[in-house]
Design a protein around this ligand. Structure first.
Ligand code: BES
Ligand code: ZN
Length: 457
């Protein structure tokens, strides 16, 4: 059978496929930091060359930010688009890494072999699983099983500023029957997942100012208002004692889950204790009336991602700071409107400012939640194909993270998107010592071969 030959080739080619991924991982494509602009360009060039070696007509396409990589290869039906991102998160704090984040290697761990390095899981390792599946298919059959458009982005980790204009300008070229996105994880280490819900994201940055200069806290302490005190008081009021977010109208558009979804999720047997236990915690911190899985997949959040003011260096300085800053993000679900929440959050903060204090705002990412339709026959075909590869059958699942493009495929190109991926909860994406299990890489490549086979026949 043709699939068996492809799977056998994937198995025998795994060391070479891993070397190709290691090469891509050495490129420091941090999108959010302008210092790495040339590296982002280099990663795009590397992918163009890699796709061309498969017979894909691939090009680097300029944007006002980092380039896109777009490639096409003809084949029988259906026409699918594959999306992944080649940019990675910053590596700091660097001192917590056990190796240079851009000098990746295969490491032996108690749980098996892992590919260690920034981007190993999010998302270079994942996007390479698809490309390597195509490589094995091509090597075995001389051509690919279906018509494929490759669309690889270099700004996903910094909010995809160039994405929407690029999709609109190139709509005819990008339009396919269905989008395949590899930027999510397994449900559990032996259970693959097709993600049907993604949370949206709203990022806000605030600076509260008080005195017009830093002050001596002995000379002015007591009489002068301290902006750090104002900031912490306001942010301290973000939640009530039951974990409910206090920003007015924030829960507008948050849907009640249907009984059907509740039952399906309950059937997944999510191990909340283990999930929290793996990161040194034990008690869910969300709304007290909500189940743990719903907290991650189906409820909004407000998180303080960064907070700073005054003197934070070594030693001690008795300063009364003139400014206090915070970066805050909200994860959104259902039809929550990011712009309305931005407006309400700002008004809520401003109403609490005491005399002499001001707040300045900076916008960060903003994308609504998205809900995938699973009606396209590719979904059931993929679910069966995944269940053949993995020990447990594939599950339809939610996803707490945000991948703004998933919604844009629907709204801009009128395409459904299917989200599958092989990341694990302990991959430490966005953190020091990011890794991708060699098993994720290997079974991920095999899974894509099976999916391509299932949707093409
Ligand atoms: N691959 C992640 C999304 C993800 C996270 C999927 C966790 C599954 C589990 C993606 O690259 C990402 O991190 N997205 C950002 C959004 C972006 C707008 C900064 C996120 O979710 O924070
Ligand atoms: Zn990602």
């Amino acid at each position: 059978m043709s699939l068996d030959a492809v799977l056998a080739r994937i198995d025998s080619d795994l060391p070479a496929a891993t070397d190709r991924l290691l090469e891509l991982l050495r490129i420091q494509s941090i999108s959010t930091d302008p210092a790495y602009k040339a590296a982002c360009d280099k990663a795009a060039d590397w992918l163009v060359a890699d796709l061309q070696s498969l017979g894909v007509s691939a090009e680097k396409r300029a944007t006002p930010g980092h380039p896109m990589v777009v490639g096409h290869v003809d084949g029988p039906g259906p026409h699918v688009l594959f999306y992944g991102h080649y940019d990675v998160q910053p590596v700091d704090p660097l001192n917590l890494w056990n190796r240079d984040p851009f000098d990746p290697a295969i490491e032996e761990t108690a749980k098996g072999k892992v590919i260690r390095g920034r981007g190993a899981s999010d998302d270079k390792g994942q996007l390479m699983t698809f490309i390597e599946a195509c490589r094995a298919w091509k090597a075995e059959h001389g051509s690919l099983p279906c018509k494929i458009t490759f669309f690889l982005e270099g700004e996903e980790e910094s909010g995809s500023p160039s994405l929407v204009p690029f999709m609109k300008e190139n709509a005819d070229e990008l339009k396919a029957e269905i989008a395949l996105i590899c930027d999510t994880g397994l449900f559990q280490s032996k259970t693959p997942a097709i993600m049907t819900m993604l949370r949206g994201l709203l990022g806000e940055e605030m600076t509260i100012t008080g005195p017009d200069k830093d002050l001596h806290s002995g000379m002015y302490g007591g009489i002068a208002m301290n902006p750090a005190r104002v900031l912490t008081k306001i942010l301290g009021g973000l939640f009530d004692d039951n974990g409910v977010i206090q920003v007015p109208e924030l829960y507008e558009g948050v849907p009640e889950l249907s009984d059907e979804i509740k039952a399906q999720w309950a059937g997944l047997g999510f191990d909340a204790e283990g999930f929290l236990g793996d990161v040194g915690l034990s008690v869910p911190a969300g709304e007290s009336h909500v189940t743990p899985l719903e907290m991650i997949w189906a409820r909004p959040t407000a998180e303080i991602n960064g907070i700073w003011s005054g003197y934070t260096g070594d030693g001690f300085k008795t300063v009364l700071p003139s400014e206090a800053h915070a970066k805050i993000s909200f994860r959104l679900v259902g039809t929550q409107d990011p712009e309305a929440i931005r407006k309400n959050f700002r008004a809520w903060v401003e109403a609490q400012l005491p005399a002499d204090c001001k707040v300045a705002w900076k916008d960060h990412s903003c994308s609504p939640a998205s809900q995938m339709s699973t009606e396209h026959p590719a979904f059931e075909a993929a679910r069966k194909a995944l269940s053949d590869e993995w020990p447990d059958p594939a599950a339809y699942a939610g996803c707490g993270g945000s991948i703004p493009i998933a919604g844009y495929f629907k709204t801009i190109l009128d395409m459904d998107a299917m989200l599958v991926g092989w990341g694990k909860d302990d991959d430490q994406i966005h953190s020091p010592n990011e890794k991708y299990d060699l098993e994720s890489y290997h079974m991920g490549i095999r899974s894509w071969a099976r999916i391509l086979d299932a949707i093409s026949s």
